[in-house]
Design a protein around this ligand. Structure first.
Ligand code: GDP
Length: 361
């Protein structure tokens, strides 16, 4: 499954955040097949629709979609040259599908900052520079063979031009993700280089309580990484929240003036950045959110439930979540209201589709 790698300088709150994410992990029961590595956290995607559906179809069992986070060892200056855990951490980042960069803005004199001062922009620069240098190495290693293949007409001129374009961007100190968002380069054109900075980035600013309420300060930080997504949370607060039962946690959130935990926000944004979406099934046995890629067709979605569903796909019977709720979950009412849609092989799944697949065995 797709994973998000958590990176950042030492002492910025990565472990605190990661432990909160994994303690939040109530899924072991539903995912007995998932061998959970110690550095891997599987986190439920918050979805307010699921309990509503469960009530309507009279089931207790809810299976949410999930987001997988991998804790990657701290990055230090020189990592791309093999400093610290250099090569190991680079290999781990290569395996991740998106990057969650934890940046410290909280000030605490008891907690040493590796660079001696709390300076988010400087920290981001340090980390991104290491990733950029590693990507430049990848390109420099690839180019001699590419030039040769170009002479032998084994690769296209457009491809080599795109690789050189990527090199220019990186040399100017910009990540490929950032440049692509600004329309300077097409990520797909250089996909097979598997560059680290071409992965989607999420920035998590580990702020203190005052800053969490300071919209101007947050906007400034968000703007500094835009168009990448920025999330603001207090990792210590999030860790404390996971120690509480649901009611107490909600009360503590409300007291802090928040309507959603930072972990829930991170799961939602992470899911989105990975290009995922859900469709829903609702029956007496269980209510479940299934994760698929955005843009997938009905047969592809069917295949997530069972490969036979994809092979023998006939059609999908679909009700939108809103129509299902309006009809109080009654299929008779849904049909009478003309809200049951029959969709064929080419149908592109929409978020919130409640689906029953019809298939040949
Ligand atoms: P890592 O090296 O990035 O994994 O950082 P840790 O999660 O181990 O955190 C380093 C220290 O900072 C620990 O003592 C944490 O308790 C503390 N810490 C983490 N997050 C916060 C925070 O939001 N506020 C404050 N004041 N301390 C924090």
């Amino acid at each position: 499954s797709l994973t998000i790698g958590i990176v950042g300088l030492p002492n910025v709150g990565k472990s605190t955040l990661f432990n909160a994410l994994t303690r939040n992990n109530v899924l072991a029961e539903n995912y007995p097949f998932a061998t959970i590595e110690p550095n891997t956290g599987i986190v439920p995607l918050p979805d307010k629709r699921l309990p509503v559906l469960a009530k309507l179809v009279h089931t207790e069992k809810i299976i949410p979609a999930t987001v997988t986070f991998v804790d990657i060892a701290g990055i230090v200056k020189g990592a791309s040259q093999g400093e610290g855990l250099g090569n190991k951490f680079l290999a781990n980042i290569r395996e991740a599908d998106a990057i969650c960069e934890v940046v410290r803005t909280f000030v605490d004199d008891d907690i040493v900052h590796v660079n001696g001062k709390v300076d988010p922009a400087d920290d981001i620069d340090t980390i991104n520079t290491e990733l950029i240098l590693a990507d430049l190495q990848t390109i420099e290693n690839a180019l001699p063979k590419l030039e040769k293949d170009l002479r032998g007409k084994k690769v296209s001129g457009e491809y080599v031009a795109a690789v050189n374009e990527a090199k220019t961007i990186l040399e100017a100190g910009e990540t490929i993700d950032h440049a692509a968002a600004a329309g300077k380069i097409d990520k797909n054109a250089i996909y097979d280089l598997h560059l680290m900075t071409a992965k989607p980035f999420i920035y998590v600013f580990n702020v203190d309580d005052n800053e969490l309420q300071d919209d101007a300060a947050k906007k400034k930080l968000a703007d500094s990484v835009a168009p990448a997504k920025a999330i603001f949370l207090n990792a210590q607060f999030e860790a404390d929240l996971t120690e509480l039962d649901e009611d107490d946690a909600r009360e503590m959130l409300a007291d802090a003036g928040l309507d959603e935990s930072g972990l829930d926000q991170l799961a939602r944004v992470g899911f989105d950045v990975l290009g995922l979406q859900t469709f829903l099934t609702a029956g007496e046995k269980e209510v479940r959110a299934w994760q698929i890629h955005q843009g997938w067709t009905a047969p592809q979605a069917a295949g997530v439930i069972h490969t036979d569903f994809e092979k023998g796909f006939i059609k999908a019977e679909i009700v939108s979540y809103d129509d299902f709720v309006a009809a109080e979950g009654s299929m008779t009412k849904i049909k009478d209201a003309g809200k049951l849609r029959l969709e064929g092989r080419d149908y592109i799944m929409q978020d919130g589709d409640i689906v029953e697949f019809k298939f040949n065995v």
